[in-house]
Design a protein around this ligand. Structure first.
Ligand code: FES
Length: 314
């Protein structure tokens, strides 16, 4: 898919890859602050380093004089990293002041980013935070006094999205800080959920975390929809009743989930235990479409209609 980049993004990218004067791609030797975010296996990684002019008596007044980055990423990752370094250097900021640069500041500096590329700006802000933490340890600055939220940041814990190694504490923090309200927004900002999709609606997965954070009401259960909860034990249904039950589950349970991701599903045919379905919209183009049919659609139909059903992609 061709991305719609702003002129600024394209210019920063071209300048950086040419190594023009004033650009910031590279790494500072023996830096005062060193931070990384992302991972090569996930397709995006950023290393951020900076040098400070040390204040003789008060390290909180150290000023960042040089900022550099190395990134394994796309056009917007490079442009967002350039934006971050420019904002820091031009503002002659202290490391603590630099932390006030938000991913929205980077997006504004760049004249906007495609929604699906917002994670590039988040990656820069995260790498900066890691670098400032490193600087604070080296300079003996107690961040609990000035920035308790950052000092207490604990992002290790249960991995929710295995495709991108994203932990539960990190997701909880970012859902609130970045005001994320849907799985699509989480994926755009953090990449979590952008692979196989298994973490979307698994117990303790992305939707559960969203519901917990924002107090969203759980999706309608089969019982709410008037479907007999004991269907696994039920005698085989007539083709008419089977079709009605499958449609009811698709309409009441599956479609709301798919529509949250910009997709939908069509029931094409039912032959015996085989349910022929077609994903549409965003779900049709997703490389995890097969997993969606098997782990989401088929699983719901097995649990709520008949455990012998199999979903076939059309
Ligand atoms: S586990 Fe999250 S996208 Fe695969």
């Amino acid at each position: 898919m061709p991305w719609e980049y702003s002129e600024k993004v394209l210019q920063l990218f071209k300048d950086a890859v040419r190594g023009d004067a004033g650009t910031h791609m590279g790494e500072i030797e023996n830096p005062d602050g060193f931070g990384e975010h992302g991972a090569m296996v996930c397709g995006d990684a950023l290393r951020f380093t900076f040098r400070v002019k040390q204040h003789p008596t008060d390290p909180t007044l150290d000023v960042i004089t040089q900022a550099r980055y190395l990134t394994f990423g796309c056009t917007s990752a490079i442009a967002a990293s350039e934006a971050l370094c420019s904002l820091i250097e031009e503002g002659a900021k202290t490391p603590i002041e630099a932390l006030r640069i938000t991913n929205q500041d980077l997006i504004d500096f760049l004249g906007g980013l495609p929604e699906q590329k917002i994670h590039c700006s988040v990656m820069g802000a995260e790498a900066l935070q890691a670098a400032v933490l490193d600087w604070s340890r080296k300079r003996g600055v107690d961040l609990t006094k000035v920035l308790p939220r950052l000092a207490e940041k604990q992002d290790e814990g249960r991995i929710v999205c295995k495709c991108f190694s994203v932990s539960e504490p990190y997701l909880r923090r970012q859902i609130r800080e970045l005001n994320l309200h849907s799985i699509a927004e989480i994926t755009n900002a953090l990449k979590a959920g952008g692979g196989c999709g298994a973490c979307h609606h698994a117990p303790g997965g992305l939707q559960d975390l969203l519901n917990e954070c924002w107090g969203t009401a759980p999706l309608a259960s089969v019982e709410d929809l008037g479907i007999d909860a004991d269907t696994q034990e039920a005698e085989r249904l007539s083709p008419y009743r089977l079709g009605r039950k499958i449609e009811t589950v698709l309409e009441g349970v599956v479609r709301p989930l798919l529509r949250q991701e910009g997709g939908d599903i069509e029931l094409i045919d039912i032959k015996g235990n085989l349910v022929y379905c077609r994903l549409t919209g965003a779900c049709a183009e997703c490389h995890g479409a097969g997993q969606t049919l098997r782990l989401l659609v088929e699983q719901h139909l097995k649990e709520q209609v008949d455990e012998q059903l199999r979903v076939i992609a059309v």
